[in-house]
Design a protein around this ligand. Sequence first.
Ligand SMILES: CSC[C@H]1O[C@@H](n2cnc3c(O)ncnc32)[C@H](O)[C@@H]1O
Ligand code: ZN
Length: 439
Amino acid sequence: MSASMLLLPRYLLPVRPARELQVGMAVRVVDGNIDAVLPRAEALARFPEDRRVELDRHVLMPGLVNMHTHSPMALLRGYADDLALDTWLQDHIWPAEGRWVSEAFVRDGTRLAMAEMIRGGTTCFNEMYFFPREIARVAAEAGVRAVIGNPVIDVPTPWASGIDQCLALAESLSDMVEAEPLLDMTLAPHAPYTVDDAGLSRVAELSATRGWRVNMHVLEAGWEVARSQEMHGEDTLSRMDRLGLLSPDFVAVHMVHLTAADIELVAERGVHVVHCPESNLKLASGISPVAQLLAAGVNVAVGTDGAASNNDLDLLGELRTAALLAKGSSGDPAALDAWAAIEMATLSGARALGLGDRLGSIEPGKAADLAAMDLSAPETQPEHHVQSQVVYAANSRQFSHVWVAGKALMEEGELTTLDVDRVVARAAEWDERLAVRAA
Ligand SMILES: CSC[C@H]1O[C@@H](n2cnc3c(O)ncnc32)[C@H](O)[C@@H]1O
Ligand SMILES: [Zn+2]
C-alpha cells in the first residue's frame, strides 16, 4: 500500500524553478518521494484519499543541508571560546577530545546535535568526527539523512591509532552505510597540516577506486599558507592537486585564504567549497571570498562547523550571516541575495554531496526532505517578500514541521524521533563530568 500525503502550504519556495515563490500549490508525497507539485484545487479533487497536512500560515521549502558538522562536539559547546584556531585546537579541544571522546560521548553528543538540527529545519548533514559508525547509528535512529565522514588523521586519537587504522575503519563504515537508505559516507582527511603526502595519496586512490567523496578542512587559517611552504615547499592547493585530490568529488571546507590563482584552479577542477562564516568569524580565521568563488562558477554550499566553534548548529542563522558578510565584504548589496542564500543552503549542498538529482529542491522525483516555517510570528510579518523573511528576519525556531523521505521528524514544533528532555539530561551529565567551570 502506498503512503501518500498532500502538503498544502500557503507559500511554496521550491528552489527550482529558480527565484520563484508559488501560492496555492500542493505537494504530493508518495512513499517518501515527491510525486507531484500541482495546484491545490486540482490536488484535492484528484487525490481525495490522501492524508492532508494544512500549512496555512507556512512557507514550505526544501530541508536545509548543513554541509559541515562535527556533531558530537555539541557536548563541547562553550568549552573554549574567544581563541584563535591553533590555540583553540591544540591547547583546549584536542586535549579534551583525547581525554573524553568515546562511543558514549559521540552517541550523546550526536543526539544533542540531531535535536538542534531538526528543530532548525535541517534534513541532511555532512559530518566529520571520530567514531563515525556511532554517528551513523544515531542519525539512522533519528531518521535524519547524513553523509558520514570517516576521519583520516596522522595522530593517535581515542578512535584510531593512525592512518592505517583510520583507513581500515572506513571499510566497516562503508558496510554499515550501504545498509542504510538515508546514509552515505566520505573519506574525511582532517586538514593539509595533519595528513602527510603518503596519507593523502592513499585517500585519493581510495576515493577513485571506491567512489567515496573526500571532505576536508582546507585553508581555514592564515598560518596554513606559510606552513605549507615550510613543510612541503609548495602552496596547499598545488599540493592537493599534485596528490590527485582536486576534482568534483572533493569538498573543501572553509577556503578562507585563497589567491586569485587558487580560485581559478578550484573552478577548473570542479571542487565544491563549503562556507562556514560564523566559525571563521569566531576563531578570527577571516572571511572566505564567496562572491569571487561564485563569480568564477564554483559551487559554494554552507555549513555551521561544530558547536564548539560556532557555537550553534543553526543553518538558517548561518545563511543570514553568509548573505550579510558577502554584501559587507564586497561592497555590493546585491551580493548573495536572499534567493541565492536559500539555494546555497539547499541545492548547492545537495550538489556538493553528489545528490543534486535527489535533494535540494521541491520537484517530482526528488526525496521528500522538506521543512515548513510558520510565518505568522510578529518577526516575519508582513509577508512582502517571503524569501527575504526567511533569510533576513526569521529565526530557526519558526520551523514547525520537518520531513525526511516523507517521514515527519518534527510536527507542530515537537520532535517525533528524539526525546528532547532525555537528550538534554544526558548533555547535563557530560557537563558534570567535564567540570570545566571548576577547572
Ligand atoms: C578528524 S575529526 C574532526 C577533528 O577536527 C577538529 N575540528 C573541529 N573544528 C575544526 C576546525 O574548524 N578546523 C580544524 N579542525 C577542527 C575536531 O576537534 C576534531 O579533532
Ligand atoms: Zn570543521
